[in-house]
Write a protein of this length. Structure first.
Length: 115
């Protein structure tokens, strides 16, 4: 991945984090929400945005509200990031935290079984 795309990903990640935290007024968007990763294509046509939601019970509602607000987020992104072409945004739920927690629990169980 080129240095330019890495910089673009970083700027998009910061801007979208700020937009979600300060600009979105949707009632379903609450709690700890983190933009964990951004993958932008080389031609800046599309960006995959990975979102982590801490509270399990609201994950589906939060990700659906963010997907519903994608157009607004893209417009806000255009005003915050200096790009000739603002990529189309696609949002995904990042469940890597849960996966890591499950692995930790499994390893802890294995250690307890050994003792």
């Amino acid at each position: 991945m080129s240095e330019r795309i890495l910089r673009v990903n970083s700027e998009i990640q910061k801007a979208i984090s700020d937009i979600i935290a300060t600009e979105l007024k949707h009632p379903a968007i609450k709690g700890l929400i983190t933009v964990t990763k951004v993958d932008t294509t080389q031609d800046l046509d599309q960006s995959k945005i990975y979102i982590s939601v801490f509270e399990e019970s609201t994950r589906d509602d939060v990700i659906n509200a963010i997907k519903h607000s994608a157009g607004f987020i893209r417009r806000e992104l255009a005003s915050r990031v200096d790009l000739r072409k603002v990529p189309f945004l696609t949002f995904f739920l990042d469940d890597s935290y849960d996966y890591g927690r499950k692995i930790d629990e499994t390893l802890e169980k294995i250690n307890q079984d050994r003792q």
